[in-house]
Design a protein around this ligand. Structure first.
Ligand code: A2P
Length: 317
């Protein structure tokens, strides 16, 4: 398995199991199965509402001797309602309790968006706080303290534009080492990737399969279906693998980590095997031509009437 190397020598397996949209009731078996077949990287978040089940599966896998804690790479994410200085450490403590762990390998600020404490997905402007009211730089100092205390080994961000990563790099005492963003052939973000990779910030690609199981409210009627893309299907046919495997392998070829979500044992195994799929230079060229700058997770859920967030200030575009 290819790994992403961190400055202190730590290595993150490039392929991890995504757990967004994995229902409680399904995710326990998915994580048990994934660890059993060889996954060593699990991507979690408080807001997914399933960390306790993920934690149970991790704890049982360790107890059964399938894996040791230090062979696993566990990532989680700080929710938007816990950006205030005093809320960051308790949020991580809750995640650690749910996951039954005493440290995380990586903890990310989930979105560059702030809410009042206790809010999950607010629709009212007065429940949202602007980044001027609660700056990322403030949240970041609390994230740095978590590293100082040994509660997480690495810290980073998610859904950050290049401008936001750049700003954070200027003020950070401990540099962000990861930016987890939506990335797949329809949303390649070459400038962001180049900027991050040349500034010591790894990239993890979320929704690498185009996130077909997103709730209907997050889907556009006319959206292109990545898993049915003709160019991807042609490459898959030639390599005798599935389109999903081409997409996962492509992400690894780009030097990113990638976290396909599945709760199906056959697809969990298939996705892991994608790490062995070798694409040619010609395949990479063809896939490069697939870019449509198409976001499936466009952040429009943070844009509420009279609220501080717009798609322009969210993505700095
Ligand atoms: P399932 O969990 O039933 O396997 P993303 O990682 O982009 O969010 O995509 C996740 C979606 O893709 C889920 O609906 C998941 O369904 C499906 N999926 C995961 N692996 C594969 C695969 N190898 N082939 C087809 N669909 C897949």
């Amino acid at each position: 398995m290819k790994t992403l190397q961190f400055a202190n020598g730590d290595q993150m397996p490039a392929l991890g199991l995504g757990t967004w949209k994995s229902e409680p009731g399904e995710v326990y078996t998915a994580v048990i199965e994934a660890i059993q077949v060889g996954y060593r990287h699990i991507d979690c978040a408080h807001i997914y509402g399933n960390e306790a089940e993920v934690g149970k599966a991790i704890a049982e896998s360790i107890a059964a001797g399938t894996v040791t804690r230090d062979q696993l790479w566990i990532t989680s994410k700080l929710w938007n309602d816990s950006h205030a200085l005093e809320d960051v450490a308790p949020a991580l403590d809750t995640t650690l309790t749910h996951l039954q762990l005493d440290y995380l390998d990586l903890y990310l600020i989930h979105w560059p968006v702030s809410f009042q404490k206790g809010e999950g997905f607010p629709l009212d402007a007065d429940k949202l706080m602007s980044l001027e009211e609660l700056p990322i730089a403030t949240t970041w100092t609390a994230m740095e303290s978590l590293v100082d205390q040994g509660k997480c080994r690495h810290i980073g961000v998610s859904n950050f534009s290049q401008a936001k990563v750049e700003a954070l790099l200027q003020t950070a005492r401990i540099k962000p080492e990861m930016n987890q963003v939506e990335r797949h052939p329809y949303l390649q973000q070459p400038e962001l990737l180049e900027f991050c990779q040349s500034n010591g910030v790894h990239v993890t690609a979320y929704s690498p399969l185009g996130s077909p199981d997103r709730p209907a409210g997050l889907k556009a009627e006319d959206e292109p279906v990545l898993l049915e893309d003709e160019a991807i299907a042609t490459i898959a046919q030639r390599l005798n693998c599935s389109p999903a495997q081409v997409l996962i392998s492509w992400a690894i070829h780009c030097g990113t980590a990638v976290i396909p979500k599945s709760v199906n044992p056959t697809r969990i195994a298939q996705n892991l095997a994608a790490a062995e799929v070798v694409l040619t230079a010609e395949d990479l060229k063809v896939i490069k031509g697939c870019d449509r700058a198409r976001r499936y997770v466009d952040g429009s859920f943070w844009v509420v009437e009279n609220g501080p967030y717009t798609l322009e200030n969210l993505w700095d575009s």
